[in-house]
Design a protein around this ligand. Structure first.
Ligand SMILES: Nc1nc2c(c(=O)[nH]1)N[C@H]1C(S)=C(S)[C@@H](COP(=O)(O)O)O[C@H]1N2
Ligand SMILES: [Mo]
Length: 560
């Protein structure tokens, strides 16, 4: 009697099944890990953890390319890329397991370790527990692969029988064995796949308890009435022109730019803000209720991203509710450099480890630099930094607008480079004077006659003094400016154009409150923000033909 099977050459079907087994082991690993992460911390799930590590190590040029190529889907594309790569590796591991059963499982384990390492070395990881999802997932995957490969390599009972009785032909044995082994494989594979999918579905339906608590804390937050309300938006600030960006960007349409692959869901009840560093008399920690109990101010402020190309969508205007950061700093004994203070940089750290450096001078020079908890009448959405974020009028978001803020450290620009600085972006970045044509949209085909050219212009904290429009190489003509809300907000503008049939290039430029005009020269977004005139090419059809300008809204609300 022989009990061990003679080694046999795997058939093509064996290899195919082995690759499927590898894929399935990978799938089960990720599904189990993701489920485990619900209880530990959603961010500790392997794909976002590895993705976050990739994001942090991505050269700025690649990040710029990704934003340009994929826009706000860049994160989805990254995670899809990771999944595809993992899929290939998993299939390869399946084939490896066919040759060396234990090696296959060890390889799954190695990936688990890699995921665990990525999770615990994320800047927001504060506990070794973050390793658990990847490890548990990989353990399940490794066992499954071992069992599945066992089915494929199973000793051929037929061979043993044949040796003992010598009555079945080789061909019969092979067929019988193959069928039996593969049936076992398929049964195990299907059960494991179904179990993992079912568990993942139940997990999704129940939701992460971590996120649930955060959502409950947000729902329970009552925004305090402002002691200093924002003046009502002047009626003339919002023009009635189809296709123009609305003066106030609704929260759901507000652009989102951050490095977070999983939106941090912070429980406001447990949230604390730590204030410390050079020149702080006594380190302090604030709970949300301590902030909302202070003198609350409400302000309209337009936020812009340094990654916004000329004519791009990463700019939006909202009504923020919060407290003046300068007051907190003064109470803590902080003086700006102009008063002899030792710190010239505020480094804000978020719960997900982002660091954002802001000049102390700008925060304390009297502008409405806010620790904001309200956005357009509701608590900050999770995507926009709940429970508290910074907003500093006049500075690009990456040097001012820290979301999910956890601490504020007073330091110097010499002593510390915030996240984007070693990645090639400027340490100091005031928002550049810019204007954008919202309508007509590029390549529109309006009918000849009066075409309303309209858009927005912004030069936060300097204000917009003038907007001019040029058709082809004609003279610059003054656009009509909408009423100004305040110098920290963008301004709508319109220009009724008497359009003749043919191809035309429309160009806009703005002049800010200091008298500086947006230059023609295009600059790159890197290192400190794109600038240059925005142009749109249109083809005007004969009167009464072609699409009407009004039917052609371009940038509806600050995003493409
Ligand atoms: N924690 C955190 N805060 C952040 C960022 C980030 O990646 N992480 N991105 C900054 C950048 S680059 C910009 S432009 C603004 C965008 O804010 P929004 O997503 O609310 O529009 O947030 C800033 N605050
Ligand atoms: Mo940004």
């Amino acid at each position: 009697m022989t009990f061990s099977a003679p080694p046999r050459e795997p058939t093509r079907t064996d290899r195919l099944l082995a690759a499927v087994g590898g894929l399935l082991a990978g799938y089960v690993s990720l599904a189990v890990a993701d489920l485990a992460a619900f209880w530990v911390r959603p961010e500790a799930s392997p794909v976002p953890a590895v993705g976050g590590a990739v994001v942090d190590r991505t050269p700025a040029a690649v990040k710029e390319w990704a934003i340009r190529a994929f826009g706000e889907s860049d994160k989805a594309v990254l995670q899809l890329g990771i999944l595809l790569l993992l899929g290939l590796l998993a299939a390869g591991i399946g084939l490896l397991a066919l040759r060396h059963r234990a090696a296959g499982s060890a390889a799954v384990g190695a990936f688990g370790l890699l995921g665990a390492l990525a999770a615990v070395t994320r800047p927001d990881s504060d506990s070794a527990l973050d390793a658990v999802p990847s490890l548990v997932g990989a353990a399940c995957g490794a066992v499954l692969l071992y069992v599945l490969t066992g089915r494929l390599l199973a000793p051929r009972p037929g061979t043993a029988t044949a040796t003992a009785t010598d009555t079945v032909t080789a061909a019969d044995t092979d067929t019988a064995t193959a069928t039996a082994d593969r049936r076992g494989f398929l049964i195990v594979a299907a059960s494991a796949g179904l179990a993992a999918t079912g568990a993942a579905a139940i997990g999704r339906a129940v939701g992460s308890p971590v996120a649930e608590n955060a959502a409950a804390s947000r729902a329970a937050l009552r925004l305090p009435p402002p002691a200093s309300p924002a003046p009502p938006v002047p009626p003339g600030a919002q023009l009635r022109v189809p296709g123009i960006s609305p003066f106030v960007t609704p929260n759901r349409d507000f652009y989102r730019v951050d490095t977070a692959l999983v939106v941090p869901k912070v429980n406001a009840d447990r949230w604390r803000l730590r204030l410390h560093g050079t020149g702080v008399r006594e380190e302090r920690t604030f709970a949300l209720a301590e902030l909302t109990a202070r003198r609350v101010v409400e302000r309209d402020i337009t936020l812009a991203c340094v990654s916004n190309e000329v004519g791009g969508p990463y700019v939006g205007n909202a009504r923020w509710l919060g407290v003046h950061l300068a007051d907190l700093l003064r109470e803590a004994g902080v003086r700006p450099p102009s008063e002899g203070g030792p710190a010239d940089q505020i480094v804000a750290r978020s719960v997900d480890g982002m660091t954002i450096g802001t000049p102390v001078e700008a925060v304390m020079d009297g502008r409405d630099a806010l620790l904001a908890f309200g956005m357009n009448g509701e608590p900050l959405p999770f995507t926009h930094g709940f429970p508290v974020r910074m907003i500093v009028p006049g500075l690009y978001g990456y040097v001012s607008a820290c979301k999910w803020i956890a601490s504020i450290e007073l330091t110097t620009f010499d002593a510390y480079d915030a996240y984007w600085v070693p990645r090639g972006w400027a340490a100091q970045a005031p928002i550049k004077t810019e204007s954008r044509i919202d309508t007509p949209r590029p390549l529109a085909r309006p009918a000849a006659g009066t075409v309303m050219i309209a858009g927005v212009a912004w030069a936060q904290h300097r204000g917009i003094a003038r907007v001019e429009v040029r058709v082809d190489d004609g003279p610059w003509r003054d656009a009509r400016l909408a009423a100004e809300d305040n110098s920290d907000t963008w301004r709508q503008w319109t220009y009724p154009w008497t359009a003749d049939p043919g191809r035309h290039t429309l160009t806009v430029r703005a002049t800010d409150g200091t008298g500086a005009t947006q230059p023609e020269q295009r600059t790159d977004t890197m290192p400190d923000g794109a600038q240059g005139w925005h142009s749109v090419d249109v083809t005007v059809g004969p009167r009464g033909q072609g699409m009407r300008n009004e039917a052609d809204p371009q940038v509806r609300s600050g995003r493409s």
